[in-house]
Design a protein around this ligand. Structure first.
Ligand code: ATP
Ligand SMILES: Nc1ccn([C@H]2C[C@H](O)[C@@H](COP(=O)(O)O)O2)c(=O)n1
Length: 646
């Protein structure tokens, strides 16, 4: 199976505005409450994502009628005014904790027979505390696999409501949420006592707030006792607007804080009911300049330009806290994230996953049962980040690109869980380091023009042909056959080459002139036709892309190496003009040459470069043709600069 990935180039900065998708926590709670309520609920701005689809599918299977308004995010749900009418069903709930836990509780009190399953990871996420709580009121819930974990088999049971039931609060706050939302189905006053320190309290606040909007006011004594009143019934509030997702806001706010900003998110703000808006406070503690309105939040980089090191208890914002773990890469010292044990039982073991991936980009990471200490590297290292089917891993690590470092995100579609358009939104607020790609045949003048354009713009310069020439030279010295693809690729992967002040060094030897010899030219043309050699040199070429920009010249700059180049030029000249130029060049260097052999050689190299199967030399439709046969260097440079500036 091939790995899907997205490559994010190094970004210059981040600025702009993002309209957030609906909150997952609010969307799935609202759907369940609307389903159990009396009357029709119009839900506006519901999140469109995998987890919400799992809930919508389940509700339909359970006999709840709902409809979407065209292609919009507006839904209407006709509540069933009590327990679900369908009394036997098999439900697949993917990896949606916000669907699995609350539905377990509601179905356990619905008097039917149900089987609830999920993806493999869902079956590793604990649910025993919730099941224990439900059994205290007489629910008949059995484990179909491992004790304490999904999948579950729910059977009809004589429910004994009322009195007091106890539930642990220190593993997942979703257990308490599930019980709270389901208990009004019994119609009897019931008190829940939380055993152990309740984690993620703001999520309970969301639950209580939404229950109140549906007419059920829970009495709360601190964070230890919650009483659901007798005779309580859910009633539709009519229309309900889903706020933007505060956890999703964290990536953009962090982008503003790291990448200059300002970046504004719309859909959450001062009046939000989601605890994760407090991510903005944490960011401000790191020195970011944060402004907040009723329905928006904006973040900019600190005055000093660099985030401050932090040591924070993040129990109240477990999801958004992941963003801080990646923001730590940009801090001015070691950072500690405390009280995050719940990360271990989320979509993946997030403490372990975060530690492993942060190390890949160069951070030193200490990992504990409930904490993470991140020491930022002096320089970020390009890496391929594994995402563990965890949407937040993918979204968090996109921020690495703001450190002037390219990053590959493996299996990026995991963002569909909560934010299917995440990477498009991220692209809309970030500016990649610009690349001017100049491709063309040998001796067309690419090198001369590219170097001058780079100097005029203050950009870096890449002469990619010199890399193939260096491989040819190093191969000859190592007495490797130019047909030995694996050996040549291995050589290319760790070529001891350096470029300094227009000189090309191999080990510590200046080979600037040596790589221009005809033997090296022919050798370069041959090794360049080998796919493994090209692949081995790819990362090295990408590394040239650094702020403020890059001018890269060769044969495949615009097609393969930098397909997202800002400007693509195909620079050419007739073979006769090119032979003349090469002749003159060689004469000036005191090197002998004949026009006849130069012409023959250029014809052969053109043919080989254009005919090879990998990265052949050709003008792309999105490249601008620049024929320099009758154009001098100054004019050619002016032409390219005009394109860049237009
Ligand atoms: N527009 C031009 N008019 C006249 N001479 C030019 C022009 N552009 C470049 N030259 C000259 O042609 C010679 C070859 O140019 P250059 O080395 O830049 O070509 P190149 O395409 O980079 O070649 P290679 O692919 O072999 O590295 C140089 O001496 C350069 O000064
Ligand atoms: N991106 C590139 C750059 C160069 N090559 C090949 C083409 C030539 O045969 C050889 C040397 O290049 P030059 O120094 O003449 O530009 O390397 C390539 O295939 N892809």
């Amino acid at each position: 199976m091939t790995m899907d990935f997205i490559d994010l180039p190094p970004m210059l900065d981040a600025t702009g505005q993002v309209r957030l998708p609906g909150s997952k926590s609010i969307s799935n709670r609202t759907l369940l409450l609307a389903a159990l309520a009396e009357g029709r609920t119009e839900i506006r701005d519901l999140l469109a994502s995998d987890d919400v689809e799992r809930m919508l599918d389940a509700l339909r299977t359970l006999g709840v009628s709902w409809a979407r308004e065209g292609d919009s995010d507006h839904y209407r749900v006709d509540g069933v005014a009590g327990p679900f009418p369908v009394k036997a069903a098999d439900l697949f709930l993917g990896n949606a904790g916000t669907a699995f836990r609350p539905l377990t509780a509601a179905l356990a009190l619905s008097g039917g027979e149900y089987r609830l399953t999920g993806v493999a990871r869902m079956h590793e996420r604990p649910i025993g505390d919730l099941v224990d709580g439900l059994r205290q009121v007489g629910a008949n819930v059995r484990y179909l696999g491992v004790e304490g974990f999904p999948p579950l088999h729910i059977l009809p049971a004589a429910i004994r409501p009322g009195g007091m039931l106890r539930v642990r609060g220190d593993v997942s706050s979703q257990f308490l949420t599930a019980l709270l939302m389901a208990l009004p189905l019994t119609g009897t006053q019931t008190t829940i006592e939380v055993v152990g320190e309740l984690i993620s309290k703001p999520y309970i606040s969301i639950t209580l707030d939404l229950m109140a909007r549906f007419g059920v006011e829970v009495q709360r004594e601190g964070w230890t006792r919650f009483t659901v009143p007798g005779g309580a019934r859910y009633r539709s509030p009519g229309t309900l607007f889903v706020e933007g997702d505060a956890s999703s806001a964290s990536y953009f706010l962090a982008a503003g804080a790291i990448g200059g900003g300002p970046v504004r998110v719309e859909g959450v703000g001062r009046s939000s009911i989601q605890g994760d808006v407090r991510f903005a406070e944490a960011l401000a503690e790191l020195g970011a300049r944060v402004d907040i309105g009723d329905n928006w939040i904006e973040a900019r980089a600190p005055e000093s330009g660099r985030l401050k090191a932090f040591d924070l208890d993040l129990n109240h914002i477990p999801d958004a806290a992941m963003t801080l773990a990646v923001a730590a890469l940009f801090a001015d010292g070691p950072c500690t994230l405390r009280n995050i044990a719940s990360w271990r039982v989320k979509e993946t073991d997030r403490i372990a996953a975060m530690a492993k991936e942060l190390r890949k980009v160069g951070a030193a990471v200490e990992e504990g049962a409930d904490f993470l200490r991140v020491t930022p590297p002096a320089k970020l290292v390009p890496a391929a980040i594994d995402t563990y089917d965890d949407h937040r891993m993918a979204m968090c690590f996109s921020l690495v690109s703001l450190g002037g470092c390219r990053v590959r995100i493996n299996e990026p579609k995991c963002v569909n869980k909560t934010f299917p358009t995440y990477f498009e939104c991220f692209a809309s607020i970030t500016r990649p380091v610009p690349v001017i790609a100049i491709d063309g045949p040998s001796a067309s003048g690419k090198g001369t023009v590219a170097a001058r354009v780079a100097a005029a713009l203050g950009y870096h310069y890449l002469d990619s042909g010199s890399l193939y020439r260096l491989v040819a030279l190093a191969a000859r010295r190592a007495e490797l056959s130019l047909d030995d693809e694996p050996a040549l690729a291995a050589l290319a992967a760790c070529l001891p080459a350096r470029f300094s002040a227009a000189r090309v060094m191999l080990d510590d030897e200046d080979v600037t002139d040596a790589i221009r010899s005809e033997t090296c030219s022919v050798g370069a043309s041959r090794v360049a036709a080998l796919p493994a050699v090209r692949a081995a040199l790819l990362g090295r070429q990408h590394d040239y892309r650094r702020a403020p920009g890059l001018v890269a010249e060769g044969r495949d700059m615009g097609s393969i190496v930098f397909p997202d180049a800002t400007v693509k030029i195909f620079l050419t000249a007739t073979v006769e003009a090119r032979a003349q130029r090469r002749y003159k060049q060689l004469m000036e260097k005191g090197m002998g040459a004949s026009m006849e052999s130069l012409l023959k050689d250029l014809h052969e190299r053109d043919a080989r470069d254009a005919a090879r199967t990998v990265a052949p030399l050709k003008k792309l439709p999105d490249a601008v043709l620049l024929d320099t046969t009758k154009v001098d260097v100054e004019q050619a440079v002016g032409f390219v600069l005009d394109r860049v500036r237009s």
